[in-house]
Design a protein around this ligand. Structure first.
Ligand code: BES
Ligand code: ZN
Length: 647
């Protein structure tokens, strides 16, 4: 088969157009968008005006309407080329996708139909059903933030809500509190209640964002500030100032120069549902990263990597989400490895040894990723353990899991190895990101680009040996990669001792102590807790994990019991509640439930409620959720309701 035929076959296996939008986006080019959002804290809503500068793409029979996505939005007025259009229509609401806004182009002004250039202006306001924004009482005053990925932008403003469409933006935010949006702040910002931002690089709707609150900022690098409410600012600054600029420089050497000028970030209140979100010029971060030990900064490396993978080069629909996240995890781990290498060489290791250590660190992270991939493949809906999804009538939030991250990055890791290692793969990384910058692409175009790059370099056979069908379209685990376990072996050896102890069944004394693991670094502790969970699960037959011994764990490992690090808190309680036979009234359970009630990051909250359900009881999980329900972001609330079968 020629590469062209292969690519055609791959392309045929997924939708040509994005199935998650009802807009007629393929008929238009968006030349520029101006979006004005006015925050009304007292009514908890946002009023807005959006102005699209469009070109009708079709020449012969010009499209006679503009169709935009909306969901739970109130439309107040529509103008086309300056003239009011009263005959617009909102189609009846479809769950998840919302109501398409149909704007006729020929009714009031016959000329419109024949002009290729169109100015469309819409006035609107959000309703309380808006899933993109959350109004909260911040620690220092009223606060609002948005989160549009994947298809929530349509509940904030009428738009072509597909990552296939990109536009440069002018943003205007009006609020009584400081505003940040997805662009560079313009001079005079904040002298009145008006804040203006420019985003000259074309971006998709899901990267549109607004935050308003009592925000302060501090420098964490020569081109980076961190924003948060004043009381947490110094802690946020400390957490990131050591790594920020190093991350930027390493990422630039892996791909190419950072194009967005500044990389600022914003630490949100604790109901923020994600670890991070790659808003251009204003990455959003969960406050769970601020744990005082800099162990979670790799989330910053991840969001930074999106400046290339995702924000410059974008998946053309959510069916190809792995192109965003798989590439980003791939780059994130390259950055983490390179940092370890730098630190090793600064501490006096030879260049060769330092490089080796960097790879060991990268592989240590790959091992964690592989474990997550195995666990997700075992537990998640098989139709979403494929690399490329079918989202016809589907909700991308339901498809979301570690799969696009891990299966995607392991796919790239496999390609790297097959094609001759980092030296041979790095030029492709640069080629790919240069080719698609400012564009959106699908998985077939990715494969096409591999052939385009490697065929002239005599590597067509290597690519031909890859089973693309299996890699891209089949559920479940890919082949297990060979990983360097140097940094994990110590952890495994120690974890094995616990398994042997339970298998021996003599529980007279507990021959373990926190000092056993004094030498473990941040991530090794995490791996230990995960490894113990795996080992305990595997213990079967006559042997058993004694709940009495598990109940002594907090005394054996006070550093875990007292940890403020969300990764540890989650993995630790998973062990205790799964194997300790605790009752809902036990202090361990009460403390964990209270922590869950203030932790809106879905990575912790969703497994947390499942743990309460499976480890204590469904009734107890529901009781805790009901108590804290109002705290959670609408996206997180919906997902927990689904997880607890309340939906
Ligand atoms: N873009 C994602 C977050 C996201 C994905 C929001 C899908 C909404 C829908 C972000 O870059 C991300 O992947 N965050 C991770 C960070 C982790 C992989 C380091 C998270 O939130 O945990
Ligand atoms: Zn990401």
């Amino acid at each position: 088969m020629t590469a062209t035929e292969l690519v055609k076959n791959i392309a045929r296996k997924s939708h040509e157009l994005d199935p998650c939008t009802r807009s007629n986006y393929s008929s238009f080019n968006v030349n520029h968008t101006e979006l004005k959002l006015s925050v009304d804290f007292s009514k908890k809503k946002i009023d807005g005006v959006v102005k699209y500068d469009l070109t009708n793409k079709s020449t012969a029979s010009a499209t006679d309407e503009v169709v935009l996505d909306t969901r739970d939005l109130t439309i107040k007025s529509v103008k086309v080329n300056g003239a009011e259009v009263n005959s617009y229509e909102l189609s009846s609401a479809v769950p998840i996708y919302g109501s398409a806004l149909h704007i006729p182009l020929a009714v009031n002004d016959a000329k419109v139909n024949t002009t290729k250039k169109l100015d469309v202006e819409i006035e609107f306001e959000t309703t309380e059903k808006c899933t993109a924004i959350q109004f909260i009482e911040g620690d220092t005053g009223p606060y609002v933030f948005s989160q549009c990925q994947a298809i929530h932008a349509r509940s904030l403003f009428p738009c072509f809500d597909t990552p296939a469409v990109k536009s440069p933006y002018k943003f205007i935010g009006i609020s009584s509190s400081k505003v940040t949006m997805s662009g560079l702040p313009q001079p005079d910002n904040g002298t009145t209640d008006k804040y203006v931002f420019s985003q000259p690089i074309p971006i998709p709707s899901y990267l549109v964002s607004i935050t308003s609150g009592n925000l302060a900022k501090a420098a964490i690098g020569p081109r980076s500030d961190v924003y948060s409410e004043e009381p947490n600012l110094a802690a946020c600054q400390w957490e990131f100032e050591k790594d920020m600029e190093n991350y930027l420089q390493i990422a630039e050497s892996l791909v190419f120069d950072y194009e967005w000028e500044r990389f600022d970030s914003l630490v949100l209140p604790s109901s923020f549902p994600y670890g991070g979100m790659e808003i251009p010029n204003m990455t959003q971060l969960t406050p769970t990263l601020i744990c005082g030990d800099r162990t979670q900064t790799k989330v910053m490396a991840h969001e930074l990597a999106h400046s290339w993978s995702g924000n410059l080069v974008t998946n053309c629909s959510w069916e190809h989400f792995w192109l965003n996240e798989g590439w980003t995890v791939y780059l994130e781990r390259r950055i983490v490895g390179a940092i370890a290498q730098r630190e090793a060489s600064a501490s006096g290791k030879s260049a060769e040894e330092a490089e080796k250590y960097g790879e060991q660190m990268r592989h240590f992270n790959l091992i964690g990723g592989w474990n997550a991939l195995v666990e997700t493949c075992e537990t998640f809906d098989p139709k979403f353990t494929k690399l490329v999804w079918d989202l016809e009538n589907g909700d991308p939030d339901d498809a979301f899991s570690r799969i696009p991250y891990e299966k995607g990055s392991f796919f790239l890791f496999k390609l790297e190895n097959k094609l001759g290692g980092k030296k041979e793969f790095d030029p492709f990384v640069k080629f790919y990101f240069s080719k698609f910058r400012y564009k959106s692409l699908n998985s077939a175009e990715f494969v096409e680009t591999l052939y385009e790059f490697y065929e002239p370099r005599g590597k067509k056979e290597i690519l031909d040996s890859i089973n693309w069908e299996r890699e891209l379209f089949e559920s479940g685990l890919p082949d297990k990669p060979e990983l360097d376990t140097t940094l994990a072996d110590e952890v495994y050896a120690y974890g094995d001792k616990w398994a042997e102890y339970f298998e021996a069944g003599d529980f007279q004394s507990v021959p373990f102590n926190e000092t056993d693991i004094d030498s473990f670094e941040g991530e090794q502790n995490m791996l230990l807790l995960e490894y113990l969970a795996d080992k305990f699960k595997a213990i079967a037959g006559d042997a058993s994990v004694s709940p009495e011994i598990i109940k002594q764990f907090p005394k054996v490992y006070p550093k875990f019991a007292n940890s403020k690090n969300g990764e540890i808190v989650s993995a630790w309680n998973n062990l205790l509640l799964s194997y300790g036979q605790y009752k809902s009234e036990d202090a361990v359970v009460q403390e964990y439930a209270e922590w869950l009630g203030h932790t809106g990051r879905m990575k912790y909250a969703r497994p947390g409620y499942k743990l309460l359900k499976n480890g204590i009881s469904r009734d107890f999980a529901i009781e805790v959720f009901t108590k804290y329900k109002q705290f959670y972001h609408p996206i997180c609330r919906t997902m927990i309701e689904k997880d607890l079968d309340l939906a």
